[in-house]
Design a binder for this molecule. Structure first.
Ligand code: ACO
Ligand code: LMR
Length: 264
């Protein structure tokens, strides 16, 4: 029989050896001819399966909504400063991407983890939030620098509206709404943020679509796929900010002395 030489790499998502590249077994010609979108490509390359239209549309909405949030947020600020230091596109992009983390844009996976755990253990919002406080952990997916109870994040409302219309179940997100009602009773800035909306709604997508087994859902949440949505989305804006600064021929940035408290 055939003797298989041991390989150094295993790969299961794409194959470029044939006449045309395949994503999770789907040839490029089908992707183009059947009018697949970015949501379908993400489904194939990240989740290794085709997902129904409402799921791919949801993925695309997440990407469009998170593509940019103005020049003042951490990521865009870093990118702008880097571009103005004369650095190239990739350097400016990654400089912005490196700010994505537990406080900014990278709380999606932890929101999914903590809200899933709390919901699955039937914790009341009070028990969940106060339990987190005792552990000294801020609730991921809650809180915003400029959004308030009386000035909600429109992106969160749009995601919720889409999911309530198209998803078979929105139980994790509705639980997060109950948690938000409790956190808002404590402070007006403790709204559900876009990371919290995406994290909990993605749980609903995974659990409600019937296309993922429980161990698969646990693995996705444990590995942490969901920050990838924010990283991918925000790259669009960060690339735009790089081009903008270059187009405007902006000089080297130096922060004004007046805006620094020099103290001992
Ligand atoms: N859970 C519990 N309490 C909170 C939370 C939270 N998520 N956020 C703020 N608080 C409370 C705390 O009591 C905090 O006091 P502390 O500093 O003693 O912990 C108090 O509110 C004031 O918080 P600030 O530091 O003034 O809030 P700030 O505006 O700086 O923080 C931030 C905003 C970073 C988003 C914060 O709410 C947070 O860490 N949230 C969790 C992480 C998260 O979801 N990040 C994603 C944000 S959306 C995005 O980036 C696209
Ligand atoms: C973002 O999408 O960048 C934000 O929600 C963060 C912010 O402070 O606006």
């Amino acid at each position: 029989g055939k003797v298989r030489a041991p390989t150094h790499v295993i790969s299961t998502i794409s194959d470029d050896r044939g006449e045309e590249p395949c994503y999770a077994g789907v040839p490029m010609s089908s992707i183009v001819e059947q009018g697949y979108g970015v949501g379908d490509v993400i489904s194939l390359l990240w989740f290794k399966r085709s997902l129904p239209r409402y799921c791919t549309q949801f993925i695309e909405i997440c990407i469009m909504l998170c593509a940019d949030h103005g020049p003042c947020v951490s990521g865009a600020h870093n990118t702008i400063v880097t571009a103005r230091a004369g650095k190239d596109l990739v350097s400016s992009l990654v400089s912005g991407l490196l700010t994505i983390g537990p406080r900014f844009g990278g709380a999606v996976d932890d929101a999914a983890r903590y809200f899933k755990d709390a919901y699955d253990r039937s914790l009341t919002p009070y028990e969940f939030v106060e339990g987190m406080k005792k552990k000294g952990i801020r609730v991921p997916g809650i809180g915003h620098r400029i959004k308030r109870g009386d000035n909600r994040d429109k992106r969160v409302e749009l995601l919720q509206k889409f999911a309530r219309t198209h998803f078979p179940s929105t139980k994790y997100m509705e639980y997060a709404v109950e948690v938000e009602t409790y956190t808002l009773s404590k402070a007006n800035n403790l709204v559900m943020n876009v990371d919290g909306a995406i994290g909990t709604l993605f749980l609903d997508l995974l659990a409600g679509s019937g296309l993922f087994t429980k161990p698969e859902i646990d693995e996705i949440v444990e590995i942490g796929y969901l920050n990838g949505l924010f990283v991918l989305a925000r790259s669009i804006g960060l690339i735009g900010h790089t081009f903008d600064q270059k187009r405007l021929k902006q000089p080297l940035y130096r922060h004004p002395w007046e805006d620094v408290l020099y103290t001992k």
